[in-house]
Design a protein around this ligand. Sequence first.
Ligand code: M6P
Ligand code: ZN
Length: 185
Amino acid sequence: MNGSDIFFPKAIFTNHSLSGEKVIKSTRILAELEGVFQDQKAFDLLDKQQVIYYVSSYMPVPENTTGGLFMGITTLYPGKVGNEYFMTKGHFHATTDRAEFYWGVEGEGMLILMDAERNVWVERMFPGSLHYIPGKIAHRVANTGHQKLVFAASWPSDAGHDYETIAANGFARRLVDINGIPTLS
Ligand code: M6P
Ligand code: ZN
């Protein structure tokens, strides 16, 4: 090995965010979560421009490439719409059988999972929690704490996102605050 074979990494993971040439950043404001929460009256009273979460994704290969991997870091703010915690949109994968890892980095939350028969269950998220999401399972994250929830994810580059199924039918159960306790209702 000589000096010309030593490279700087193509992406950097610092301060709970990714940076590099092939990193894409996106932000979700509350307006983009219209219809996601149960309490429409409470939703209508909130500032629709507020940022609910943001994601930085390292996509080293083009979307839909078979055999590649992506990585994302998501920061989800604390808050509620009525008694329902702020959460990500949630999705199935467009290539339905593709799996994904999520892992907790900072803060507290719940990973909400739903299979094709609409059975719903949750896994607690905390710094160091590791979650294997098998194919064909919809996934969304709720922040149940009082600070930012940061989690990382890695998924196949040909997984894609199916948001339509969730937009049409939602998840079969909701994670709500009942007397300060996250409860699946
Ligand atoms: C994770 C990954 C991404 C996803 C993001 C936000 O970082 O699963 O693919 O985009 O969370 O979740 P959603 O797309 O459901 O809003
Ligand atoms: Zn996914």
